[in-house]
Design a protein around this ligand. Structure first.
Ligand SMILES: Nc1ncnc2c1ncn2[C@@H]1O[C@H](COP(=O)(O)OP(=O)(O)OP(=O)(O)O)[C@@H](O)[C@H]1O
Ligand SMILES: [Mg+2]
Length: 275
């Protein structure tokens, strides 16, 4: 743990209530039970990564936490210690969906400020802030470009920037680095960790990349095959700031084996069910 993080942890009361708590959560779409009896708890300032087989309900979970979809009756959802309906979370969390959802008729800056604009922010001030942030996102000089003029990775970075500019305590990132090449991806991972250590926002992060999940997270959650629930919650007690050299350490490899075993067990179950 870095000294800054250790200080923050020490300043936080040991019994700080979780920022987000869910239990007994289910979601059915017609004949498909996407999520069932899901439970999770996220502490303020925690970086939690989420891995699991394709179609196990990860994006469905995010849609519920973002307030876009209501879980089926019977589950419990608490935000900052208070029980609530999912719809009450709409606008209270920053959400980067799996598809970048950039508006083709808006340039980079105007896409980046979209969420703030909807909230009623001053457009000129929002544009100035976004412009100042462009270099940090590797987009300097691209402010006037439209989405069709950008690479997939650049589009993803614009969407990520929009999520960051919409400042909320909880950030939901659904495979934010999925379309990036390996080098850009590892640069973005380190950049995200710096940003997180600096701003101390709570992050829930979906990925298919086990190395990424361990390298970034305080904890890795492995989901079961559909219907999705949390199968394993594995603390990652690796020192911060995280150094890429960790990726080849015995501690990292041991964690990776544990996560891969859990995922493989689930993949096998869904394969047998479909055979
Ligand atoms: N709006 C919807 N209407 C009907 N079915 C849906 C809807 N959203 C999701 N589903 C179904 O719920 C299941 C879980 O989908 P979800 O997108 O949450 O999976 P995922 O874990 O995010 O997968 P991936 O890793 O491929 O992104 C799938 O079977 C999907 O077809
Ligand atoms: Mg998904």
């Amino acid at each position: 743990m870095s000294s800054a993080l250790a200080e923050t942890a020490a300043a936080m009361p040991a019994s700080a209530p979780p920022l987000l708590e869910m239990s007994g959560i289910g979601k059915r779409f017609g004949a498909v039970q996407a999520v069932q009896n899901l439970a999770l708890s996220v502490q303020p300032g925690e970086f939690v990564t989420l891995v699991g087989p394709s179609g196990c309900g990860k994006s469905t979970l995010f849609n519920m936490v973002a307030g876009l979809d209501e879980p089926d009756p019977g589950g419990i959802l608490r935000f900052k210690g208070r029980g609530c309906h999912a719809r009450e979370l709409l606008g209270r969390v920053s959400f980067m969906p799996q598809r970048d959802l950039l508006l083709p008729w808006r340039n980079v800056i105007d896409n980046a400020i979209l969420a703030q604009e909807i909230e009623g922010a001053n457009r000129r001030e929002a544009r100035a802030r976004a412009l100042a942030m462009l270099p940090e996102f590797g987009l300097a000089g691209f402010e006037k470009q439209y989405p069709h003029q950008l690479s997939g990775g650049m589009r993803q970075r614009v969407a990520l920037m929009r999520t960051f500019l919409f400042e909320r305590e909880l950030l939901l990132l659904d495979e934010p680095f999925g379309a990036l090449d390996a080098l850009t991806r590892s640069m973005m991972q380190r950049w995200l960790l710096e940003l997180w250590q600096h701003h101390r926002r709570t992050i829930l992060f979906i990925t298919h990349d086990v190395d990424e999940a361990i390298f970034l997270g305080d904890r890795v959650l492995v989901m079961t095959a559909r219907p999705g629930s949390v199968k394993l919650s594995l603390p990652v007690n690796l020192p911060r700031p995280r150094d890429p050299a960790l990726l080849t350490s015995p501690e990292f490899t041991a964690l990776k084996r544990e996560v891969l075993d859990a995922i493989e067990e689930e993949a096998m179950k869904s394969f047998m069910a479909s055979a």
